[in-house]
Design a protein around this ligand. Structure first.
Ligand code: ARG
Length: 586
């Protein structure tokens, strides 16, 4: 793999794996972990003694001897307690790591996911409705996962499954026809295009009220659905206009959030319309979908309701119409057959868990989803208001995303403006936006994915604690040290001394690749947040005990500057993989 720097822990692992082969335990897990007592510890002898028919201590001694014989063996391998092996790395090797990582692309982190193709379904807002706080998590989490997987060499295909089809469009289009005075296009509005989501939301509310109050309108709206579905050109043109307006408003939010989604990633529900009949046909032919009460359904023993009755997945309604499930079946088939995904991730809130389990089970029965292809629902918890209930604005509606982002950026401005700095107004504004948006994203990402969290702007923009602003600030402090040193190229002298705080920092840096691998398999970005927070704290410890700019010895100063650079680059890289900016100053 190009540019990979083998981590210290991997090197230790390799030496133990080779030693295990030598003591006739080939293939056994070396169980190498970071340790408080040494640099690493192996518990292999404890775990394998029984299998080897010997006492842990005896096995540990043989293993230690075998490890010491390996080329590139770690400096120290010592027996401890009943059969643990403590491993220490020599100073030179530690400094060499710093040197190699600084010289390598991507900090030398292996592209452990190359060869894999991941389709990731995230955001998926609904056309003609405003994006609200409920869409925040899927958008932010999905984007971070897309970035991490891409960073590890997976080929990532983003899919924005827009809710751009359905009976609500009949209602909206009919309403627009009957109310030409309705205000909803940007040109109708006094202020810029971004306001259109609110206008569309308002339009939706009005149309809905009319629909409920006026049965005559209800009938005309239903006829309009039929017109839309049968491809009536004027109706379709109106629909396209609604979709385009909404998309523009969503894009404004994506751009402001700095998420990667573009219009090219949109594959809305409507994209699958002309595949639905065929999909249902296939299901019926395979005997997977059966008629029940006039509808076509997929039943399975796996999914039963409270009374023990099977819960059906309806794929064609009694009126002949298709639904969300039919569309998701066409979607998974497309992702496997056409996009050739090896892994499909659905970053969608936890309430849809049952829906996706049923879609996956059906796709398996149809032979689309086969061994070797992984389909995963990646659920997440809710965003709560200060009262611990689902977030609402003062007016009572689900909180609008743009307003929330405004409030975070305003709060960040107050925080940063008051600090001593020599930033001009434009630069300050850019940094304030980076901090405010980064704060919102970090708060979302650093919470364990399946937990709910409270949207608390004051806490989010704090310079203390596990926040985005704290990490951004830690990064700017390191950049400032490097600037003071003249931003010279750093040079590592491997045979210079190594302090404990320096060693601790390098060992922590050594774990970044492993952390990213964990994020990629568990799909939990908060592990990367926790890692970066620990790294920033370890840097503070190092900086307190190891003077950098005032170091007397040139070699020591050079090594410390190199270490600063590596930590700074690692923080910037980590924040980047979370989709958070790392400004140079703050
Ligand atoms: N539009 C849906 C919603 O707002 C989310 C779409 C999720 N993706 C999917 N393939 N069903 O609930």
């Amino acid at each position: 793999m190009s540019g990979e720097v083998r981590s210290l822990s991997a090197q230790v692992h390799d030496a133990f794996a080779a030693a295990l082969r030598q003591v006739d335990l080939a293939g056994a897990d070396p169980l190498v972990r970071p340790s408080d007592h040494a640099d690493f510890q192996s518990n292999a002898a404890m775990a394998l003694a029984k299998r080897a028919g010997t006492k842990p201590r005896d096995l540990a001694e043989r293993l230690a001897a075998a490890v010491r014989e390996q080329p590139g063996a770690p400096a120290g391998v010592e027996l401890s307690g009943p059969g643990f092996l403590n491993v220490s790395i020599d100073d030179r090797t530690v400094w060499r790591q710093v040197e190699q990582r600084l010289a390598a692309p991507r900090l030398g982190i292996a592209e452990s996911r190359s060869g894999e193709r991941t389709v990731i379904d995230y955001s998926g807002p609904n056309i003609a409705k405003e994006m609200h706080v409920g869409h925040l998590r899927t958008t932010i989490l999905g984007d971070a996962l897309a970035r991490v997987l891409d960073g590890l060499g997976s080929e990532v295909i983003r899919q924005n499954h827009l809710g751009d089809w359905g009976t609500q469009f009949g209602m909206l289009i009919q309403y627009l026809d009957e109310h030409p005075e309705a205000v909803w296009r940007p040109e109708d509005l006094a202020e810029g295009a971004v306001a259109t989501t609110s206008a569309l939301d308002e339009l939706y509310r009005q149309a809905r009220a009319r629909f409920e109050a006026d049965p005559g309108f209800g009938d005309r709206a239903r006829d309009r659905v039929v017109a839309l579905q049968s491809g009536d050109e004027t109706t379709l043109a109106r629909w396209r206009e609604l979709v385009a307006q909404s998309q523009r408003a969503f894009q404004a939010i994506y751009d402001r959030l700095g998420v990667l989604l573009t219009p090219e990633d949109s594959r809305g529900e409507s994209f699958y319309n002309d595949q639905l009949a065929e999909v249902v046909d296939e299901l019926v032919k395979a005997g997977v979908a059966v008629e029940s009460d006039g509808a076509l359904c997929v039943f399975s023993d796996e999914f039963t309701g409270p009374g023990g009755d099977p819960v059906p997945l309806i794929v064609r309604k009694r009126d002949g119409g298709y639904n969300y499930a039919t569309t998701d079946l066409a979607t998974i088939r497309y992702r496997i057959r056409d996009l050739k995904a090896s892994r499909i991730l659905y970053v969608v809130d936890a309430r849809q868990a049952m829906h996706f389990q049923m879609i996956f089970a059906t796709a398996r029965r149809m032979g689309w989803l086969t061994e070797g292809i992984e389909a995963v629902h990646v659920p997440f918890g809710a965003v709560l208001g200060p009262d611990g209930k689902p977030f609402k604005t003062r007016s009572g509606g689900a909180a609008r995303l743009m307003e929330l982002l405004d409030s975070a950026v305003d709060r960040a401005r107050r925080e940063i403006e008051g600090r001593a700095h020599d930033l001009d107004a434009a630069e300050l504004e850019r940094i304030v936006a980076d901090a405010g948006i980064g704060a919102v994203k970090y708060a979302d990402l650093s919470t364990s994915r399946t937990k709910d969290y409270v949207f608390d702007v004051d806490r989010m923009v704090s310079f203390n604690g596990n926040t985005g602003v704290y990490l951004q600030y830690a990064h700017t402090r390191i950049r400032s040290i490097l600037r003071k040193a003249g931003d010279a190229d750093t040079e590592v002298t491997a045979d210079a001394p190594l302090q404990p705080a320096e060693r601790a920092l390098v060992l922590l840096l050594d774990g970044m690749g492993g952390t990213l691998d964990e994020v990629a398999s568990s799909l939990e970005p908060h592990r990367l947040c926790g890692y970066l927070f620990a790294l920033a704290k370890a840097f503070t410890d190092f900086y307190e005990s190891c003077p950098v700019l005032k170091a007397g010895d040139e070699r020591v100063r050079g090594n410390r500057l190199a270490l600063c650079r590596l930590v700074g680059d690692s923080l910037a890289r980590g924040l980047g993989l979370l989709g958070i900016a790392a400004p140079e100053r703050m």
